[in-house]
Each structure stands twice: as C-alpha cells, then as structure tokens.
Design a protein around this ligand. Structure first.
Ligand code: PEP
Ligand code: MG
Length: 592
C-alpha cells in the first residue's frame, strides 16, 4: 500500500528514488565519570576533536563557496564561530575537569541545555539556530567516537538515485551529500528558511520539509517520490502511481536540460526585443558559473567577499589583481563592480565596524562607512578605475550602494574625480568607467528624478528596497509575508523609478532576487525594464520565459496589476498568467 504525506514545498521538481535514511549518530556515552588520571587525556582528546572539526568546517566553507555560493557558505563560518565561542568551550572544559565527565557526556549535556533554552523561544528563526549548534556538537562528537558521518553510511556502496530522508538535515550533511547521487530531500522538520532548503534550491534538487513523522515511517531501501512543487511525498507507491511520477520526473529533467541548452541563444522576448540577462557574483568561481549559464555579463559583483576573507584591508595592487581575474572570467568581460557594501549583517572588524548597532540595516553601512575611511575608499575606487585597462574588450562599471541623498552622490563623484586626477598625475593608465548608483533606499526612489543627472546608470537593489519600503527585515521569516516584492507598494515604486530612468534615458537594471523570479520578471518587463541581474542559476529559466512572452502582453499585465490592492491578488493573477504563458516554468515557481 502506498503511503502519502504532506509537507512544505521548499524546492521545486519531482524525483523518484531509493530512500536513504540519515540517522542521528549522536549517542549518549555509557561511561559518565572519568578517573582523575584520565582527565588530562580526555581534555586533549576534546581539543583535538575541536581542531579537526574546525578544519573540517573551513574545508566545507571553501567547498560550498566555490560550488554553491558565498551566502550558503556563511553557514560554516557561523559554525566555526560557535565552536570558538568561549562560553561553549569553557562549559565543556569545566565539566570534564571539575565534574569528571567524558567529553562526549559533556557535549550531550551542553546540547540538552541549549535545547531547553531554545524550547522557550517561539521564533522559528531562532529555533533554526539551535540546529546550527546541534550540527557543531554532532560533528565534534563524530570525532570523539570515531563515527564519521559520511553520506554513504560508512559502507561506501551507496547507489543513486537517492532520496535522503532525515529528521532534520543538518547543513554539513546537506553539503556532504554533494558527491552522492541525491535526487531529492525529505525532512520531518525544517521550513523554507532552513539551510537544507536553501542548499536544495540552489542545486535544483526537489525537496519537501516539515513532513511530520516521515523519518520514522520510512526505512532505507523504500521507494519514495518527492514532489517538491506541491509538497507531497509518496512512500512505496503502487505500480501505476509510480509510473505516473516517473513520467513527471522525466519531464522535470527534460525541462532542466532544455533550459540549460538555451545558454548560447541570445536573450530575446517572443516579439524579438533584446534584453540583457546578467549575473550577480561574489567571486571568480561565480564569474565562471555566470559564463557557463549563458549570462550576458555581470550586473553585480559584490566586493564584500574580498574584505570578509581578508584579515586586513587589501591594498590597491591586490585589489586590481583580484578584479582583473574576475573580469577575465566574466561573460563578455563585462562587469559592474560594487564598492564595499559592508554593514547590516556583514562586518569587518578592521574598518572599525562592530556588531553593536541597535539597527544595523539602518546604521553605519555601505557608502556611509566608506566615506569615513577615505584612504580605503580611494584605494577601492582607484583599483576599479585601473582594473580593466589591460584587458581587451572589457567593460567595467563602478556602482555605489545605499545611496540615500543627492549630497552623497555629489560626494561620490568628487571621490571619483579626485582618483582620476591623481592617477593622471602619477601617469597610471585608467579606463573611463561609467559611474552608477544602487537604488535601494525609499528616499532615493522618491527623489530619483533629481539624482539622474549625477549618474551614468541606476541599478535597483530590490532586496533592500523591499525591506525598507515594507519595514520588514529581509532575513526574518516572521515578517516574510510583508517583505514581498509583489506588494502593491513595491510594484508602484518600481514602476515609477523605471519610468523615470527611461524618460531621462539613463540605463536602468534591477539586481535583486526578484529579477530571477518568473512572475516578478514578467511584470518588470511590462514596466519597461530591459536589463536584469540575478543568481547565475536562474538565467536559463528566465531566458526561456522571456522567449515565450511579448512586451505587449507584459504591458497589459502590468496595467492590471497596478489596479490591484493586495499582494495576494497580484501574486494570484500573475500565477494564472504565468501558467498560461509557460506551464513548465510555472512548475518552477513555488511561492504561493
Ligand atoms: C539588493 O539589495 O537588492 C542587492 C542586490 O544587494 P544585496 O543583496 O547585496 O544587499
Ligand atoms: Mg542591497
């Protein structure tokens, strides 16, 4: 008899495979009390395990950075911070030394303490953070007990296609699965915001989370279906049902292959309007991924990564070399380099930045911080001006984040002029790079018309613009129903800004996540936007969608959407249109 379960659809697509159940390996030790002469040795064992865990996490961080992205890799940096947290280590040491507990017993106790502490918190985001602590503890414990938590369960003979089934997939497990033939993921707990969901989405693996009780109902070897578009799991389906799902799975694979095959086609709408589909990147690996996905250029190179991975401010020469490397690897050698956008959730201690602001997203960040470090700011501007000089056919643009006022824009322009003058005096060659602003603060959206003669281009940072317009933190799932790019207030604001730029003939791009979301993309086309920048993984889908829709149709869709009063109305209406334009791409759109 087949067994049907419902959960949350967190990563679209359909997969059929053999269940592989990941069991909790963290067992409570039998021996609880050490002999006095064993204490020093036990402490040393713990410290060795901690060092091994730390280097494991560094390796994972680099692996995920190069294979998935900087945001996903940040999970492992956070895990190393937990591991190094004195509160964590001091408790373990104290229990081993003063209470003569085994290291494994002390870890167990620590996890119990944290579990109790977090159980009093209703916030699902904070609940997710308990999983981070659990992941660190389980990983440490694996070194103490010699049970390494490999994806192949230790027998080395795991064959795909596999559907991983877990109570909660820990981030490190999700990454370790990278080399196994994983076609789907199913978890008892977790949500849209859990790390496993993020990693599954960025890899294009169908996944369903929050399917309560699933881990205890499935055993390794069962046949299992994951429908990550509808949040359905079927265990041991009947023959007929199985063949229907296999057909859906084939369709999903064919669609992915077909989309990937578009990479060399030009970016055009069905009515032959040329558009520009560019990539958002953090480093040279992303630049290569952008080229592989058929991007037309790089619309946003986030340079924060460079600073986050350096112990000290990289000098001008170092910056030039890194930017050159990125330009060489980017599609058409076309790169928009954004100056440092540190602050908010990202900090670099050496620029005097710290974690103690009450409202970091509204605080001392981006250009606000760069202005107060003129030497550093100058070195970055000079490096960007010089980066493209020896690269034939390159096109480099420079863009400033978080611009809020006209005064800031004037200041930025004077920095650029000064940098050019000095380079001239020093006899150093530099390119005539275009200078642009990111539009991500509502105040700038309101006065955009008075800013346009100060810039060569505008790039809309919708991730921040939406959070500031809606006063809803982009990373807080509690307010995610407010932080919506299709909210009428956002739609009207974007429409106004895009029209203002087009009227003034100032090139405009949008480089927030919404550029890669099918429904938002068609609405933006209707507003007159012709240039988009997104995660490289979304480019094939958006290129396909563009080829199936005419500008005329998107304009009439926009006209209707502008009449709507609620986010749900806009979303439902666009969903209906998308299903009509491209039923296949509608399947890749999971959110409501
Ligand atoms: C944005 O705010 O939309 C943007 C692209 O920048 P970031 O996501 O780096 O803040
Ligand atoms: Mg931003």
């Amino acid at each position: 008899m087949s067994d049907l379960h419902k959960g949350i659809a967190v990563s679209p697509g359909v997969a059929v495979g053999t269940a592989y159940c990941i069991l909790e390996i963290f067992v409570n030790p039998e021996k609880t009390k050490l002999e006095p002469h064993e204490i020093t040795q036990e402490l040393a064992r713990y410290e060795t395990a901690r060092d091994q865990t730390s280097s494991d996490l560094s390796a994972l961080q680099s692996k995920v950075e190069s294979q998935v992205g900087m945001d996903e890799a940040a999970i492992f940096a956070a895990h190393r911070t937990i591991l190094r947290d004195p509160a964590f280590t001091n408790k373990i040491r104290h229990w081993i030394v003063d209470e003569r507990m085994t290291a494994q017993g002390a870890l167990h106790r620590l996890l119990d303490d944290y579990t109790q502490l977090f159980s009093r918190m209703a916030d699902p985001y904070l609940q997710e953070r308990l999983n981070d602590i659990r992941d660190v503890i389980v990983r440490l414990s694996a070194y103490l007990t010699d049970v390494l938590n490999d994806a192949d369960g230790g027998d080395g003979c795991l064959h795909g296609p596999l559907i991983v089934v877990a109570d909660e997939l820990l981030p490190s497990q999700a990454v370790a699965l990278g080399d196994a033939d994983v076609h789907g993921i199913v978890t008892d707990r977790g949500s849209q915001t859990s790390h496993a969901a993020i990693i599954a989405r960025s890899r294009g693996i169908p996944a369903v989370s929050g399917a309560a009780g699933i881990a205890s109902r499935v055993k390794t070897g069962d046949t299992i279906v994951v429908n990550g578009s509808e949040g359905i799991i079927v265990v041991n389906p009947e023959a007929e049902e199985l063949s229907a799902y296999r057909k859906l799975e084939r369709e999903f694979f064919d669609l992915k292959d077909q989309l990937a095959a578009n990479r060399d086609l030009p970016s055009l709408t069905a009515c032959a309007q040329t558009i520009e589909l560019m990539a958002n990147i953090n480093n040279v690996n992303d630049a290569e991924a952008a080229t592989a996905m058929g991007a037309d250029g790089v619309g946003l190179y986030r340079t924060e990564y460079l600073y986050l991975t350096h112990e000290n401010v990289p000098d001008e020469k170092e910056q030039i070399d890194i930017y050159r490397n990125v330009i060489e690897s980017s599609p058409n050698k076309k790169v928009t380099i954004r100056t440092l956008d540190i602050g908010g959730d990202k900090t670099v201690a050496y620029l005097g930045h710290n974690h103690n602001e009450a409202n970091p997203f509204m605080g001392w960040r981006s250009v606000r911080l760069s202005f107060e470090h003129p030497e550093f700011f100058m070195s970055q501007i000079r490096a960007i001006l010089q980066a493209g000089t020896s690269i034939q056919g390159s096109e480099v643009r420079m863009m400033f984040p978080m611009i809020t006022t006209v005064e800031e824009l004037r200041k930025v322009r004077s920095f650029v002029r000064r940098a050019q003058r000095r380079l001239d005096e020093e006899g150093k060659p530099f390119s005539q790079v275009k200078v642009g602003m990111m539009l991500e603060v509502p105040a700038a959206a309101i006065v955009i018309r008075s800013m346009l003669d100060l810039v060569d281009f505008v790039s809309i940072g919708s991730n921040d613009l939406v959070q500031y317009l809606m006063a809803a933190d982009r990373d807080n799932p509690k307010v995610s129903s407010l932080c919506q790019p299709l909210a009428p207030a956002v739609v009207h604001t974007l429409n106004d800004v895009i029209r203002a730029c087009n009227m003034a003939r100032v090139p405009v791009t949008l480089c927030g996540e919404m550029a890669g979301q099918p429904r938002a993309f068609i609405l933006l086309l209707g507003m007159g936007l012709r240039s988009f920048s997104m995660s490289p993984a979304f480019i094939p889908t958006i290129k396909q969608l563009a080829s199936q829709v005419t500008i005329e149709r998107t304009e009439s869709m926009l006209a209707r959407a502008l009449q709507m009063k609620t986010t749900n109305q806009v979303k439902r209406y666009l969903r209906m249109e998308l299903e009509d334009i491209s039923p296949d791409i509608a399947k890749l759109d999971t959110d409501g």
